[in-house]
Design a protein. Structure first.
Length: 262
């Protein structure tokens, strides 16, 4: 399936990484109904006139891949939007910024010497990318949602108060997001990752697995990550407070805007 510019009409899968993000979405869905499949709760309903299925991704690549597979094979979604938090890696990627993935790599994939490090056996590539037109629409939408005007008093996100968390206005980045089954919070590990993958902007634990499943099914997808920390622990912030005060609001606003554009 190829993505073309213009509003897509199919059912959309929305994957949230944090319970707070999912709940914020459910609170504005007028007719959500829960269904249990593969030990997961899938919420089926509508939002902004679109048919959606919302679910927690669960943590780690296998869990996220299972969740994605159920969305695609059981619920027949035609595209997937994934939102969550991540650790910042790239220069200039700060806490509170948002990264839109245009490529995803599993940083712990290493089948060498049979295959080059990071290469996905059988696919012949290490990085997977969502459709460029879809990514461009997502990037433009996120930038509009998080514009300075939206975050001022009276704006759509005027209730998000950044100053108490010592955060500036968010920047929107587009680039490589890397995933692995480790929580990265050590400076040396970050240096190793950035040496091996110097263009990486953010690190997390699910996105590249979602990308691989969507690639196999031929379904467009977006991975959107709000930076909650520097993965080398260089910046400290109250994580629960950040999720409650900032990340869940960003996630909901981005998802709602995308439902009206894609």
């Amino acid at each position: 399936m190829s993505f073309k510019t213009g509003r897509y009409k199919g059912r959309i899968g929305i994957m949230a990484a944090m319970p707070e993000e999912l709940q914020a979405l459910l609170d504005v869905m007028p007719d959500e109904a829960v269904e249990c499949v593969a030990g997961r709760e899938f919420w089926v309903g509508h939002l902004h006139g679109r048919e959606v299925v919302a679910v927690l991704s669960r943590i780690g690549k296998v869990a996220a891949a299972t969740t994605t597979t159920v969305l695609l094979s059981h619920y027949g979604v035609d595209q997937i939007i994934f939102t969550g938090v991540a650790g910042g890696l790239g220069d200039g990627v700060r806490v509170g910024d948002v990264v839109v993935a245009d490529a995803l790599v599993q940083h712990d994939m290493d089948a060498s010497p049979l295959f080059p490090r990071f290469e996905l056996p059988g696919l012949g590539v290490s990085a997977l990318s969502p459709p460029a037109a879809f990514t461009a629409t997502v990037r433009d939408t996120v930038a509009q949602v998080l514009s300075p005007g939206a975050l001022t008093s009276g704006g759509a996100l005027g209730d998000v108060h950044l100053a108490p968390l010592n955060l500036g206005l968010p920047k929107v980045h587009q680039g490589l997001v890397i995933s692995g089954d480790q929580f990265i919070n050590a400076a040396q590990t970050c240096r190793d990752l950035t040496q091996a993958l110097p263009t990486a902007l953010a690190v997390e634990m699910e996105g590249a697995a979602v990308a691989q499943v969507c690639h196999d099914f031929g379904v467009p997808y977006a991975v959107i990550r709000t930076i909650s920390d520097r993965a080398d622990d260089d910046a400290h912030i109250d994580f629960p407070r950040f999720v409650s005060a900032v990340a869940r609001h960003y996630s909901l606003a981005i998802v709602e805007a995308l439902l009206q554009r894609v």
